[in-house]
Every structure is written in structure tokens, then in C-alpha cells.
Ligand binder design. Structure first.
Ligand SMILES: [Zn+2]
Length: 294
């Protein structure tokens, strides 16, 4: 009897378990409840970051507006220089012209640092605390040991600097024009001298366009940290990609410029009056305290 009862029970159990014998039922939706992860606690790691350059209260509205616009153009210029390298790497002919066979990380880094880096304490001022603006040709200067993160913009800048939209205009080309013709590249130069930006690594390893081109072929490890190279590459890439697409205004170094670049000055040249020079020399102070006039 017990055996029979067990068999019946067993049958009943298997009958319940068999899907074929189950009544048809609506499909079951299984909802998986995922316990929500605790929201990350904000660390405010970026608290205190400064995204904009500081323009000192010594600049009047007009001066501040022009410096701000110029710095904005510097950011446009360096962002494009970086993006050109990110897009084409060292297969770019413009890259090879200025940086030879050097790897791309360093110039990308310098440009990115200016474009997206913390701008705390990068101060531009319009008073003349070091009394330099009165000297002929001084359009601005880095304050050096007096205030390493400060740059003075002298009144001459507002007269002579051109906007980035004018790149390739006025007969300017990369090979023969001066890099300080435009606000964007002039301010880039000044920023690279500030120790927190150039870290004392970006310096002048080449003096002019001819030397920049030569350096790319002979010692490209210095090209990627040369101030003029970084300015000239940015200008040529922007001119070629943006200003006059596919064409740019690279230019060819005029024979007069090339000759003066390679000539060693003879002692008699120094006796000639320099005051006849049409273009005023433009000067700035370098990290090592040396005043550079061109
Ligand atoms: Zn310099």
C-alpha cells in the first residue's frame, strides 16, 4: 500500500512539473532589479582650474578687448596646429618641413597645453611697471624675474598686430613674413616664454625661418621644442588648411633674406648706421634674461 501511494505521489509530482500538462499561461516577464550603484562622490578634482587668461585691470576696455581677441586667436591657432598633427601625424608634408622625422607627441603636447591647460596666473598687463615700453620697437615683453608669469603688452602692439583672419594678407607669407605680424603668433611666442607654459624647455634653438627649416633636417629633436618652429608650423598649417584651403601662403625665402641669414656679418657692417632701418626692431626678454630684438 505504501509503495502504491508513493507511486501515486510520484506521478502527481511529475504531472505538476511537466510543462505539457501545465495550463497555458501568459508569458512571464522577468524583471531583473539591478541595485543601483552608489553615485560616485564628487572629488572636485578640477576645483580652482582657470580656463581663461587673466587681463590685468591696468588695461582699459579697448586694450583688454584687443588682447582678449588676440589670445582667442592664439587658441584657435594652436588648436588647429594640434588637430592637424592628430589628423595626419608625421605623414603631413607641413609636419615634416618643420619637425623633420621627430615624433609627434611633443608638439602636440605644447599646443594642447596652451589650448586646454590651466591658465592660472597667466597675466597680461598694460601698465609699464618695468619702464620698457618707451624703448623704440618694444611692443611688449615678458617680465622675467620681476614676475615670471606676467607679460606686458605695450601700446605699439595695438598699432601693428594683425588679426588671424588677415593671415596671408598684406603680402605676408610664412617664409618671408615675421611671426609677430599677427596677434595670434606673437602672443603664442610670449606664452611659450612663460615658465609654466614652456617649462624652460621651449626656447630659441633657431633664430629665423632659414634656421628653422635647417634644424628640422639636422636636429629635429630640438625642432619640436623650438619657439619659432612651433609658431611657423602653426601659421603654415592654418594658412594651408583654413585661410586658403589647399594652398596657404608658405612662400619661398627671398634670396635677399636667404643671403642675410647665411652671411656672417663683417666687422665693418656694425659701423654703418642702423637707424636707417625702416622696420623698428621688436624686442622681448627671454627666460635667461637676454633681450631679443629682431
Ligand atoms: Zn623669444
Amino acid at each position: 500500500m505504501d509503495v502504491l501511494r508513493s507511486a501515486v505521489l510520484l506521478f502527481a509530482a511529475s504531472a505538476v512539473a511537466s510543462p505539457a500538462l501545465l495550463p497555458r499561461q501568459a508569458s512571464t516577464v522577468t524583471v531583473t532589479q539591478v541595485a543601483s550603484a552608489p553615485a560616485p562622490t564628487a572629488t572636485a578634482w578640477n576645483s580652482g582650474a582657470v580656463d581663461e587668461f587673466t587681463i590685468h585691470s591696468s588695461c582699459n576696455n579697448t586694450e583688454a578687448a584687443q588682447i582678449k581677441k588676440g589670445l582667442g586667436e592664439t587658441l584657435i591657432l594652436v588648436r588647429h596646429a594640434r588637430d592637424h598633427i592628430l589628423r595626419f601625424g608625421n605623414s603631413s608634408e607641413i609636419y615634416q618641413k618643420y619637425f623633420g622625422n621627430a615624433s609627434t607627441g611633443e608638439p602636440i603636447g605644447w599646443y594642447t597645453k596652451i589650448a586646454d591647460g590651466n591658465k592660472a596666473d597667466l597675466l597680461f598687463r598694460c601698465d609699464d611697471p618695468d619702464s620698457n615700453c618707451g624703448q623704440e620697437g618694444w611692443a611688449g615683453h615678458w617680465r622675467g624675474e620681476n614676475a615670471t608669469s606676467e607679460t606686458v603688452i605695450c601700446p605699439l602692439s595695438y598699432e601693428v598686430r594683425k588679426p588671424l583672419e588677415a593671415l596671408c594678407g598684406f603680402g605676408w607669407d610664412v617664409a618671408n613674413g615675421k611671426t609677430n605680424f599677427y596677434w595670434a603668433s606673437d602672443l603664442l611666442h610670449r606664452l611659450l616664454h612663460v615658465p609654466t607654459v614652456g617649462e624652460g624647455i621651449v626656447e630659441h634653438y633657431a633664430e629665423d625661418y632659414a634656421e628653422v627649416i635647417e634644424l628640422a633636417q639636422t636636429e629635429s629633436s630640438l625642432s619640436v621644442r623650438d619657439s619659432d618652429t612651433l609658431q611657423l608650423f602653426a601659421l603654415e598649417a592654418y594658412a594651408h588648411d583654413i585661410s586658403i584651403p589647399g594652398e596657404g601662403c608658405a612662400g619661398n625665402l627671398s634670396s635677399a633674406e636667404a643671403a642675410s641669414a647665411t652671411d656672417t656679418p663683417s666687422p665693418t657692417l656694425s659701423e654703418e648706421p642702423s637707424a636707417t632701418s625702416a622696420a623698428p626692431a621688436e624686442c622681448h626678454t627671454h627666460a635667461d634674461g637676454v633681450v631679443h630684438c629682431s
